[in-house]
Design a protein around this ligand. Structure first.
Ligand code: FCB
Length: 416
């Protein structure tokens, strides 16, 4: 049996656009209408069924819930505040608290109001005044302990401005730096407004990279990609400097009360001969890939926590999960990753919670509804919620704050 501290938060995570439905004022909705992205439609219809969902979480003994608020709902048009949306988010928070579930709120989880996107979004520094207005409204919410300013800013920037896969579909390496810098400043603005009221942090994706071969070229390529993807952003906040973009900022290490780590998979890095595309990053070789095509590597969660401990901030695993229809694999995935989180705790690392992605199946961005990450299965026609076996097993772990010998025997790694 392995035991977790009493204060450890076992929760689940979602984001607004992926579950709420009808986020018609968002950029993702706009581009889906144009045929560039899968349509989200009613998604899980959480906007109407949120009470039922929270009841379900409580009945499963989940202790914390990470969710995001949709900027485009709160400000559907420039300068036009939608009070009823704000009231609904307050009701979500109140209901969570009433059920004894700790809320963690994310302010930006990939989507933007279309009007803000049309003005150039985070590409333009002068647009940060709209962000400031939005964040000031978030500051009015009551009953929240944790607020994350941005979800995976590096993923947002790379997918939207380098690979051109997500809105605004640009492939412009020069723009990447500019957007990243503006987001660092946006974080600083939010921190100033919100700190004191909430614990304010940022959620960073940690990708576990290995070199594709033993060659010096590949090892150096791995280190470079590791720096750019995993560390450049938080270094920017923490040290107030941004090595890769050669700039100085007003932000500094006091701008983080906690760090959220999202961890999913392991990738290999190869140096290419093409100077315009110097690194080839691919999913590492494993016997079985998830329905996202990702390679599972439980030890990576421990390596990530250890590496992030360099910032000496309280840490939370804000996302970790698997897209699969094989629920036995999901149980194994959870148990094995938690074994490594436990190892980190035992070694004295400041890791305080784990949020499984996702509470329920949902709209997985450019992949649409196909990948199933949920502990709860969603029927997208009837919106029926059906807890999978993994949902109950995770609830048992959350309630007892321990993983039983029986679970370890059946699903666990024998040696870690
Ligand atoms: C993360 C995102 C989250 C979800 C998972 C699978 O990168 O933060 O919204 O899509 O991946």
């Amino acid at each position: 049996m392995i035991e977790f501290p009493d204060s450890f938060l076992f929760g689940t995570a979602t984001s607004s656009y992926q579950i709420e439905g009808d986020n018609v004022w968002s950029d993702w909705w706009y581009w889906a209408e144009k045929g560039k992205l899968p349509k989200a439609g009613k998604a899980c219809n959480h906007w109407e069924l949120y009470r039922e969902d929270i009841e379900l979480m409580a009945s499963l003994d989940y202790l914390a819930y990470r969710f995001s608020v949709e900027w485009a709902r709160i400000f559907p048009e420039e300068g036009k505040l939608n009070d009823s949306a704000l009231e609904r988010y307050q009701d979500i928070i109140d209901f969570l608290n009433k059920k004894g579930i700790t809320p963690m709120l994310t302010i930006h989880h990939f989507t933007l109001p279309m009007w803000f996107a049309l003005k150039g979004g985070f590409e333009k520094e002068e647009n940060l005044k709209y962000w400031e207005e939005y964040v000031s409204v978030i500051a009015e919410l009551k009953g929240v302990e944790f607020v994350a300013t941005f979800n995976e800013p590096m993923v947002y920037v790379v997918a939207g401005y380098l690979m051109g896969m997500w809105p605004p579909f640009k492939k412009n390496p020069l723009r990447v730096g500019k957007v990243a810098v503006n987001i660092i400043n946006a974080h600083a603005i939010a921190y100033e407004i919100l700190h004191g009221k909430f614990k304010v942090g940022i959620v960073k994706n940690y990708q576990h990279f290995i070199p594709a071969s033993d060659s010096k070229r590949d090892k150096e390529a791995r280190d470079r990609v590791d720096y750019l993807f995993n560390w450049a952003f938080i270094d920017g906040i923490f040290y107030g400097s941004y090595e890769s973009f050669m700039k100085k900022y007003k932000v500094n290490e006091s701008d983080l009360d906690f760090i959220g780590i999202n961890y999913y998979n392991i990738q290999k890095v190869k140096k290419s001969w093409n100077p315009l595309n110097p690194f080839i990053v691919e999913d590492a070789d494993v016997s079985r890939k998830t329905d996202m095509g990702w390679s599972v590597y439980p030890k990576g969660i421990y390596e990530g926590i250890k590496a992030f401990s360099r910032y000496e901030k309280p840490m939370y695993i804000t996302e970790n999960g698997i897209a699969t229809l094989d629920d036995e694999w999901r149980i194994e995935f959870i148990v094995q990753h938690l074994q490594y989180v436990h190892k980190a705790i035992k070694e004295g690392l400041d890791i305080n919670g784990y949020f499984y992605w996702s509470f329920m199946d949902n709209y997985e961005w450019a992949e649409g509804f196909r990948p199933r990450f949920g502990l709860i299965e969603i029927d997208y026609e009837t919106f029926e919620r059906k807890p999978r076996r993994s949902a109950y097993i995770y609830g048992e772990i959350a309630k007892k704050k321990e993983i039983s010998d029986e679970l370890l025997e059946k699903y666990g790694l024998k040696e870690i």
